[in-house]
Design a protein around this ligand. Structure first.
Ligand SMILES: Nc1nc2c(ncn2[C@@H]2O[C@H](COP(=O)(O)OP(=O)(O)OP(=O)(O)O)[C@@H](O)[C@H]2O)c(=O)[nH]1
Ligand SMILES: [Mg+2]
Length: 386
């Protein structure tokens, strides 16, 4: 038996999942997919869905929760909601973290012409979504951004030093992107599918600031509108904002500035190494008059290696940060790896200096680079292994 072809004059039917007797019924494409990255947001799931349903009444929309193995039962709560509401999907990731890749994968799982990103905790004002959708539909914008800083917006939900962090981060992002967006760090925006597809292969996917990533990755300037809203206090659950967010933002900026030519992590590792060199010289200068030179050099080396370890642990490997007793093991392995790196450094530099009659500076630089690459490569798989 064949079904009658759809009458083009008919209004779009409501999204359906299955027909009677297990027959699959074609599901009309949704006009909007709302992607919600979640990490331990169980008590926000239903509240957010209800808020979206009220805001998007009359629209054809779906929501996809992209969950990174929450331990508080978020996936179960989404699954229970999906059993009641047809427009709820759950994408689960195990052993993964990061808001940006969560959004990218949620967006890639959608076929809707417009994709929105919103936090689960109701800090973003979902009532803006129809205006965002309209701006994209009528061609006024390819990206509609919910802005805390546009005239009429507000940031009440941001507490203490977070306001300053956000403002400095905004300036950095605009400098990088060459734009004048009031809120490029916003986690609340909608994007037209074509604009997303044009950028998706260039995205870094590092950290939590997906909008900056999109704006910096677009092959051409995007048409943007900003819609003011007031950032609300978190509804339920705990904040995930910590120093990791800042460290990964720095990595994202480096990655975008260098267009991915050198891994951002390696750049940070070298910057930390440079700070270690300065510290080494400072310590040596301070103590070489008191101690035998070889002892002073050994002390300076130890101080520099220790500082490098803690800076790398905080900044370069923020996402794999060692804590508690593992710090001691990490520090020991870092000393051992860097000692081998120092031997390789001196060996390569001496070999070049003697055999090629090379300029001392170039030989020294080549040795330092070999040592840095060794230290980086081995410490990333031993000290800060995933
Ligand atoms: N999938 C996924 N979602 C995440 C991750 N980290 C945070 N999220 C979600 O991203 C959204 C934003 O995180 P929040 O903790 O609210 O960050 P924030 O709004 O900057 O911080 P607060 O103002 O303190 O709430 C929330 O829906 C989180 O559940 C992650 O690693 N993976
Ligand atoms: Mg939040």
């Amino acid at each position: 038996m064949t079904s009658a072809p759809p009458d083009p004059a008919d209004p779009a039917p409501e999204p359906a999942t299955t027909g009677g007797a297990g027959r699959a019924v074609p599901r009309p494409p949704y006009a909007l997919t709302v992607v919600v990255p979640t990490l331990n947001e169980r008590d926000n799931v239903r509240a957010l869905h209800a808020a979206l349903a009220a805001a998007l009444d009359g629209e054809s929309w779906e929501v996809v929760f992209v969950d990174d193995d929450s331990a508080d039962g978020t996936p179960g709560e989404v699954a229970a909601l999906a059993a009641e509401a047809g427009n709820v999907r759950l994408l689960r990731r195990i052993g993964r973290r990061g808001l940006s890749t969560a959004f990218i994968e949620g967006a890639l799982s959608s076929t809707a012409p417009v994709i929105a990103c919103i936090d689960a905790d109701l800090q973003h004002d979902e009532r803006l979504l129809p205006a965002m959708l309209a701006a994209i539909r009528n061609g006024e914008a390819e990206v509609a951004i919910g802005s805390r800083y546009a005239a009429g917006g507000g940031e009440e939900g941001l507490v203490g030093g977070r306001k300053d962090v956000s403002r400095y981060g905004t300036r950095l992002a605009n400098w990088l992107v060459g734009s004048h967006v009031t809120d490029p760090l916003s986690g609340f925006f909608a994007i037209e599918r074509g604009a997303f597809e044009d950028s998706v292969r260039r995205l870094s996917g590092i950290g939590f600031k997906i909008l900056v990533d999109i704006l910096a990755s677009a092959p051409r300037p995007l048409k943007i509108v900003e819609l003011p809203y007031t950032f609300r206090p978190r509804h339920a659950g705990a904040s995930k904002f910590d120093s990791l967010v800042g460290a990964e933002y720095l990595q994202l900026l480096i990655d975008k500035a260098l267009r991915g030519a050198v891994p951002a992590r390696f750049v940070l590792f070298c910057v930390v190494g440079g700070s270690g060199l300065l510290l080494h010289l400072g310590v040596l200068w301070a103590i070489h008059g008191w101690l035998d030179f070889a002892v002073a050099q050994a002390v300076a080396t130890l101080v520099a290696m220790t500082s490098n370890f803690f800076l790398n642990n905080f900044l370069t490997y923020a996402d794999r940060r060692l804590k508690g007793w593992r710090v001691l093991w990490g520090l020991g392995s870092f000393y051992a790896i860097c000692s081998v790196g120092a031997v390789a450094n001196v060996g390569v530099a001496s070999f070049l200096y003697r055999s090629e009659d090379a300029f001392w500076g170039l030989a020294g630089l080549a040795g330092a680079l070999v040592g840095a690459v060794w230290n980086f490569a081995v410490s990333s798989i031993v000290t800060w292994r995933k």
